[in-house]
Design a protein around this ligand. Sequence first.
Ligand SMILES: CC(C)[C@H](C(=O)O)[C@@H](O)C(=O)O
Ligand code: SF4
Length: 471
Amino acid sequence: MSPKTLYDKIWDAHVVSEDADGTCLLYIDRHLVHEVTSPQAFEGLRMANRTVRAPDKTIAVPDHNVPTTAGREDPKNMTEDSAIQVAALDKNAKDFGIHYYPVSDIRQGIVHIVGPENGWTLPGMTVVCGDSHTATHGAFGALAHGIGTSEVEHVLATQTLIQKKSKNMKVEITGKLRPGVTAKDITLSVIGATGTAGGTGYVIEYCGEAIRDLSMEGRMTVCNMAIEGGARAGLIAPDEKTFEYVKGRAHAPKGAQYEAALNWWKTLYSDDDAHWDKVVTIKGEEIEPVVTWGTSPEDVLPISAVVPAPEDFKGGKVEAAKRAIEYMGLTPGQKLTDIEIDTVFIGSCTNGRIEDLRAAAQIVDGKKIKVGRAMVVPGSGLVRAQAEEEGLDKIFTDAGFEWRLAGCSMCLAMNPDQLSEGERCASTSNRNFEGRQGYKGRTHLVSPAMAAAAALTGRLTDVREMMTEDA
Ligand SMILES: CC(C)[C@H](C(=O)O)[C@@H](O)C(=O)O
Ligand code: SF4
C-alpha cells in the first residue's frame, strides 16, 4: 500500500463514489447546524417534501444571534432579523427531529465548542457545518470544514457532500514554546508567515513537538484559524490526549464500541514517507506573543514590534497596509505596546473554552481593569458552569469584567454585543476585518492571556512582563 497522509486516510474511508474528473461523493458523519446558514436549507427540504436523512447525526444550536445577557429567551431582546432566525431554528429542529440545544439548555453555546464538548466530534470523522470555522474540529483528527447553505441542504437531504480532494500541506511547529506563548500565537504566527492565501487549495496537518504539547483546547484554537490561512481544513493527528478528552463524553462511544473505535483511531496518522505538496516549518522557540495591527489576520507582529509603514510592503499590500493603518487609527513607527485599548473581549470559538478562561483569570487575579469595558463570554453553558465551579467568574467580576452567557457575542456584529465607531478592542476572536465587531470598530487579535494583560493596563501589553511581576 502506498503511504498516506492523515487526510488521505480519512478521505478514502468516506468516499461513496468517484467521477472520472475526481469529483467525489463523501459520506458525512456529523452535520452541525446554526441559525444563520440553515433556514433556506430547511425551507428547501420542505418544498421538496424531503426529510432529514440522518437526524441522529445532525446537531443544531443557536449561537450567532443570541444576546449574552439575562432575558435572552425573549425575542423582544433581539433585532427582528435575529429573532426570526432563532425562531426558525427552534421550529426546524422540532419539525425535522434533529438534536437541539436551545438557549435555555445549559449545553447551548458556539457550535464549534458544543460539538467536541458533547462528544459529537470524534477522530476520523467527516464533520461539516454551514460555517467557515468548522475547521476547529480538525483538532481531533476529523476532516472538518465549512459548507455553503445549498450544501447544507444537500447534506440534510442525503448525508453526503460533493467534494474534490484538496492537496496535502504540512505545518510543523518544532521544539517548545516559550513562557507566555500560546496556541493563539502559533496559529496567528503561521498565518503571518504564509499569508491568508497560503493554504488555498490545501488541507493543513499541524504537527511537531509544540503541537503535540498542546492540550485539546489549544489544538482547537490552532485548527480554528486554518481557514484564515486560506486552507480547506486543518487537522491534528489524534493521540492519547485526544482519546482521553473524548472518553466518557455524552455522545462518544462507550464500552466495547469505544475500544473498537480506539483501534481505528490509533491508525490515524500520516505515514512516514507520505507525500506533501507543501511544507512549512516554524521553530516553536522563535514564536512570540503576537498581536494584529491591521484588518487582516495576516497583519500580525510580535508585541515587541512597531506599527509598520506601507512602504515596508510590496505590490498590492502597500495600498492595503495604508488603508488598514488609516482604518485602525495608527501611526507607522508607533510601538504596539503604546496602543491604547477601550474594550477587551474574551470569548469566541477560537478562545472561549475553559483553558482560555483559566489563562486569562490567572493574569487578572486580584487586579482591576483599566479599560472602559471588558467582557468574558464563555463559549458554552457548560464552559460557564465549569468556570463558576472554579471561581473564575468571581476573579473576572471582581476585576471589573462582565460575566456573560454563551454565544458568538462580540466576535461578529450580529447580536447586541458590538463595538461603536472608533472603539478599539483587544479580542481573542479570529477575524479583524473592517466592521467585524461593529461599524468602524477596531480589532486587535490576541491570545486570552494577552487580552487579560491589555484589560489591566489599558493598552496592548506584553503578557510576559506581567508574568515576571508575579513571579
Ligand atoms: C455567520 C457564519 C456564516 C460565519 C462563518 O461562516 O464563519 C461566522 O461564523 C463568521 O465567523 O464569520
Ligand atoms: S464565534 Fe465567531 S468565528 Fe466562531 S462561529 Fe461564532 S461568529 Fe464565527
